[in-house]
Design a binder for this molecule. Sequence first.
Ligand code: PLP
Length: 455
Amino acid sequence: MRPNSLHAADLAHMVHQQTDLGAHGEDGAVLIKRGDGCRVFDTEGREYIEAMAGLWCASLGFSEKRLAEAAYRQLLELPYYHTFFQKGHEPSVRLAEKLAAIAPPGKEGGGLNHVLFQCSGSEANDAAIKLIWYYNNVIGRPAKKKLIGRMRGYHGNTVATASLSGQPHMQADFDLPLGDRFLQVSNPNYYRFGQDGETEEAFSARMAAELEALIEREGGETIAAFFAEPVQGGGGAITPPRGYFEAIQPILKRHDILFVADEVICGFGRTGNLWGCETYGIQPDMLTAAKQLTAAYQPLSALLISDPIHAALLEGSRRNGSFGHGFTYGGHPVACAVALETLAIYEERDLLGHVRAVAPAFLDGLGALRGHPLVGDVRGVGLIAGVELVADKASKAPFPAAAKVGLLVQDKCQEAGLIVRAIGDRIAFTPPLIITAAEIGEMCRRFQAGLDAAW
Ligand code: PLP
């Protein structure tokens, strides 16, 4: 590495996020300089197909001029305003109106009519946690506060959302989980945790029974909410087994436990419907969205809530003199303007139709690699997929964690011009939603080259 180079400065001063900080290697981190459609180029001029859309977010790729122009127009007209103290601005109002109109049906078909904007997915889920506690205090259930997440679930990195997430490495040495309000149920990865001879439906019923046993053990009167991603992203692109959400929801209803759908990855077409809730028949009380809301061109998230929860916020605000929650940049006008343009592009270009048209090529192309000696399972829906690497296909035995086979495959893919993400030995794919069938073919060829080089 040259002294005084960009890479040397990176190593000297940048604290990279969610990274093995000791593993940048001889050449340092890959620094991405520019993007073009589904491809990005690093500072050395190397080209990559970005099969993760950055962090599951750049749905329109890396060179959509209309979004840059929408940001510029808004920057010229009103670069900043807030939504505090009886004030607001048009882009946030228009966006809230739009999201309420396109939201999936909530519990019992009720609307998710009210929107609180934040900047990130973590903040949206963090706000959901705060609002759930607030709601139960206001309606006179101060003991109903515990939250249930799932092993390998990911809901963010604030103190509360990292406590809720089932990601041990995001808790270790951070003194998390904080307090005793965070509970976990098992990870619903059928391939990995299904028992010999157990059908998917029977596995789902077992997962649901485990949830109900936990609720009964803790006392339903102490449990406020269950959080779930329709498809677990950061857990390894884990699609729910057949019948899973159908089995879970009646249990939550029986114990009057709220369902928070974390649509931060799934929202806006990733699973082939606008919402993962539609794909899996989920009727949530709250929904969080981010990432593809702005195609990642601006940081923005939204927490959608039902009428009864909103009524409690009004009541709490009366009781306390104000609704005591808000961030300076929550619902930033430039981010809202970009989100409105993003949603307009999705509709004008029928992006959902496009996702449905190319999803078979994506899932079949990756599925064709099931025969590869390293591949145990390929699963997916729409344009999200996970490939599980195994040491032994017949027994499904995993590689020892220390072998870091997932990282090796990720590195070999990178050498072949493909950016994927290794989550342990699960390789995740979430390309930009605009990816074409030809680019999918190229993506699969580069993945095969990466697998072959790692084998
Ligand atoms: N929820 C899910 C399902 C996510 O995948 C993520 C991030 O990947 C988050 C929440 C956190 O979002 P952010 O990184 O914007 O805080």
